[in-house]
Design a protein. Sequence first.
Length: 137
Amino acid sequence: MATATDQRDAWRGVAAEDVDEPTAEVNALLRRRSRTLLGSLIRPHRWKLAAAAGLILARTAGTLLIPFLVGRAIDRGIAVGSFQVLLGHVLAVALAAAVAAVASWGFLRVAGGVGQDVLYELRIRVYGHVQHLSLSF
């Protein structure tokens, strides 16, 4: 015997949501549709994403260069006792830190902008879809 809740939810198709595990075919379909949606949302921003990847590489290079330069400063500046060599390495460490900081800031700006643009486009698509649904839905 159908309860009032079952009758109310039958027209919306909610009964199918009671299934705990979707089948492998349904999972594959959902993954494919999700990848297609994500691809269509990201496609207009591919150059910004490439720039973000470049900024990450620059940040990583600047960060990894610092210990290398400190080691060389110790080996070539302090061990030999050359103030000029040590000063050159200190300036190089400061430049590497500045490059890492600027690249990190740039990455956050670019990636944050892309994320906001993608979310905005997704909201626009959902709103447009809801507007095309019938009132009975």
